[in-house]
Write a protein that binds this ligand. Structure first.
Ligand SMILES: Cc1ncc(COP(=O)(O)O)c(C=O)c1O
Length: 472
């Protein structure tokens, strides 16, 4: 492909993406293909000769679209919002077009410096103090792994430089609520703590970590000769968007000199709305935090913002210094390769920059308020319509509900609610997530696609009622 062909095919592809977005609402939200179906339409062997890339929109439409679940659809209520705004698509395109590796400042100074400024804009947008320094990572999972590695090294006084975790020091222990995301458990295992040293702390009636239970677990570990190391608190749990009490947890962390990492993957974006900031009161006392502009905000996947208080510690843990990576500017610039696990890094900041430039903070804040308002409206409708019930508080945009049909025992109710969710997902009219909360099968409605207006939420509510009543 030469530059002229690229120009022509590129225009066709942009037209196709624009049309896809314009007609998105007419497609079934969840893909209807069966396992293996997409694969069967692709040749088993790679082509020996090129020239097959001249109708990319045609290929996408024919082979790919049937296997796409439409995350930017206005009736997408599953998992979490994953907004990819037009401006951020252009940022990703520019990133690919430039094709740079921003591993060191020198390998593309703009990649580092635009990222530094974007992380600072984002810090201000969510109301964090100047003591936080940010770096872009691919996902919250990776960021949490990095945080726990930093915690491990601080608690073990840099055991990585010697025996690692294979010396004879007492085992290090990590604490997280029973509602923490699976990435916390994964990070604990991958960072070498071992499952035996992850304490799952019980939650209260609102699904937030119980600080008395946290204190009890730490005391038990000290008595047993273990070494409490880190607490992972969640601001906005996956199931119900519950908020662990950061200030009280920070008291415990300070008392015992534990690392406090806050996982705000989905809900961090809400802090752009000042009224929401009380939900993570105490955040300034954490050591690290992560949130994902690639979820509710609008900068497309993947773009996770990791903030820490002590970048020098991060660099000491993650830094490498082989001769072939040394540059003249080392010592006076940030070399972001030393701020996380991968060496190579894309110029992801472009998509965040383009997005913020295009939309502006006021409009982002207004949209978040709209979504929170829509979630409250849905919760009110559900609460006012027995035997429907809302099973968890609704601090933001996630509404967990269930239909308590009369005369059904718990297992029949579970089957009934699961069937409602599956029926809706199979219909293509909307897509939501069945889950289990407090032992109960629930239907989880996560509101927040850029295109979702009140009318779409109202249509979902009508559909839920009709499916539960068996009238559709
Ligand atoms: C609270 C929480 N933490 C972490 C994650 C994982 O995010 P990522 O896909 O960026 O690793 C999620 C995703 O749903 C989440 O809800």
């Amino acid at each position: 492909m030469d530059a002229d062909e690229f120009r022509e095919l590129g225009h066709a592809l942009i037209d196709w993406i624009a049309k896809y977005r314009e007609t998105l609402a007419t497609r079934p939200v969840m893909s209807r293909v069966v396992p293996g179906e997409v694969r069967t339409h692709l040749p088993k062997q790679p082509p020996a000769r090129g020239g097959g890339a001249n109708d990319l929109p045609g290929l996408l439409e024919q082979l790919v679209m049937p296997g796409i679940t439409h995350w930017n659809h206005p009736s997408f209520f599953a998992y979490f919002p994953s907004n990819t705004s037009f401006a951020s698509i252009l940022g990703d395109l520019a990133c690919a077009g430039l094709g740079v590796q921003g591993m060191s400042w020198q390998t593309s100074p703009a990649a580092t410096e635009v990222e530094e400024v974007m992380m600072d804009w984002l810090r201000q947008m969510v109301g964090l103090g100047e003591g936080w320094t940010g770096v872009i990572q691919d996902t919250a999972s990776t960021a949490t792994l990095g945080a726990l590695i930093c915690a491990r090294e601080r608690a073990s006084q840099f055991a990585q430089a010697g025996p690692g975790l294979q010396g004879d020091a007492p085992p290090l222990v990590v604490y997280a609520s029973a509602q923490a995301h699976s990435s916390v458990e994964k990070a604990t295992l991958l960072a070498g703590f071992g499952r035996a040293h992850l304490r799952s702390i019980v939650t209260d009636d609102n699904f937030a970590m119980r600080v008395d239970a946290l204190r009890g677990a730490i005391a038990d570990d000290i008595t047993a000769g273990n070494h409490p190391c880190a607490i992972v608190a969640t601001s906005g749990t996956t199931n119900t968007t519950a908020f662990d009490p950061i200030a009280a947890i920070a008291d415990v962390a300070e008392e015992h000199k534990l690392w406090l990492h806050v996982d705000a993957a989905m809900a961090g974006t809400a802090m752009i709305v000042p009224d929401c900031r009380s939900l993570w009161a105490g955040i300034e006392r954490a050591d690290s935090l992560v949130f994902n502009p690639h979820k509710w905000m609008g900068a497309g996947f993947d773009l996770s913002a990791y903030y820490c208080r002590d970048p020098q510690h991060l660099i000491r843990v993650m830094g490498t210094n082989p001769t072939y990576l040394r540059t003249l500017q080392d010592g006076e610039v940030s070399n972001f390769r030393d701020w996380h696990i991968p060496l190579g890094r894309r110029f992801r900041a472009l998509k965040l920059w383009f997005y913020i430039l295009d939309v502006g903070v006021d409009a982002i804040r207004a949209r978040l308020r709209r979504d929170i308002g829509n979630a409250r409206w849905l919760a009110e409708q559900v609460a006012a319509t027995p035997p429907w019930e809302v099973v968890a508080p609704v601090p933001l945009q996630t509404v967990c509900i269930r239909h308590v049909a009369p005369d059904l025992d718990e297992s029949a109710l579970a089957a009934h609610n699961l069937a409602i969710a599956r029926r809706i997902n199979d219909s293509g009219a909307a897509y939501l997530t069945p889950s289990i909360v407090d032992g109960k099968q629930i239907i989880r409605v996560s509101i927040g696609a850029e295109t979702t207006e009140r009318a779409h939420v109202a249509a979902l509510w009508l559909l839920l009622q009709n499916v539960a009543a068996g009238t559709v």
